[in-house]
Design a protein around this ligand. Sequence first.
Ligand SMILES: C[S@@+](CC[C@H](N)C(=O)[O-])C[C@H]1O[C@@H](n2cnc3c(N)ncnc32)[C@H](O)[C@@H]1O
Ligand SMILES: COc1cc(-c2oc3cc(O)cc(O)c3c(=O)c2O)cc(OC)c1OC
Length: 373
Amino acid sequence: MKTVDSHDEILGAQARLWSCSFGQMISMCVKCAVQLGVPDAIHKHGGGGGAVSLTALLSSLQIPPSKTEPFRCIMRILTHHAGFFNPEPPAAGSDQNDDDDEEWYSLNASSRLLLSPSDDKAAVRHTPSVLFFFHPLMQEPWAFLDRWLRDDSNRTPFEIAHGTASFWDYLKSRDPSGELMSGFYECMINDSKLVGEVVVSRCKDMFDGVTSLVDVGGGTGTMAAAVAKAFPGIQCTVLDLPHVVKDLEGEGNLGFVGGDMFVSIPSADAILLKWILHDWDEENCIKILKVCKEAISSPKGKLIIIDVVVDEKRLGERNFGEVQLCFDLFMMAFVNGKERTEKQWKRLFSAAGFSNYKISPVLGLRSVIEVFP
Ligand SMILES: C[S@@+](CC[C@H](N)C(=O)[O-])C[C@H]1O[C@@H](n2cnc3c(N)ncnc32)[C@H](O)[C@@H]1O
Ligand SMILES: COc1cc(-c2oc3cc(O)cc(O)c3c(=O)c2O)cc(OC)c1OC
């Protein structure tokens, strides 16, 4: 067995170690760009092709001359390493582009997600998710991974860090300002805007013959509202914990009900579970799935799950594989949940008495899973 590595192998290993150690620095640069409003400034001042020079950006953000170099450094990391901005200058021949030393930045799909919430209610923004993710209450649990692994109980790092019963209990009764609760539901709303649009356009057939749908754990109703709008013939109900839906009012074919999905779910042709089962361990998932099965009113009814299906073969892939692995740990660390492979999903469905399922990988790193009684 080889015990000595070559100098090149050690130098490569050292670079990998540094790259991992610097991961947090890169995410802090993303947070800083959001806090400074860099994407908004590029959006506002971008000339031809949407490009803004470093000089114009410094002036628009009122960064003092003494901080030109640190700001340039952060912009370079975000552009060349993290891929948040495109480095292209304006088109050749443009009178904006006569300084060869100038650096230029334009928005791309990733940085457009980081624009401030807009008047256009349909616009998808991840700005609140970034700020929520970096909230100290969400960051502190990561310092407890070693304590968590040595602790022979089912307490999560979130519970160890904050000495509370669960993430859901914290949102309900340990968050007096409501800051964590509103940050969390803003994340869910923004995600559901995108997922709602994709599902109603790519999965139309899935709603054929469906006259009623309950979105279980549907939060503040963004996903159900997308279904209700696209399919006026479907009566949509959002079931969530009473404190989540207490001030929400339905309209037309959309309604809200407070309740507990472990106890009872209103009957419907289709039951939707978006980003629910990855919050729970096997025992709790089987409980939820059994209550869902009871609630499906017609033999032709179905359960629609929107969640990750981990593909073991793609785990090494940048973005999808890597993000699936990180979400797996994230769910374990915050809510005692996990992301599942197809084999693990299949086991859950059969333990809860479902007969068949169909996976459609139409949502990036997540899938739509139809499950039949
Ligand atoms: C990760 S969020 C998903 C929200 C929404 N489905 C979405 O994807 O935007 C999980 C949701 O489950 C709800 N929830 C947690 N425990 C519940 C329970 N026992 N009964 C009903 N809803 C519950 C939470 O309040 C929260 O809205
Ligand atoms: C890391 O970036 C994001 C995180 C979340 C997110 O999603 C969750 C989903 C759950 O089922 C339970 C949870 O506790 C959470 C979170 O705490 C949480 O932060 C959501 C995002 O956008 C919708 C994120 O941005 C990409």
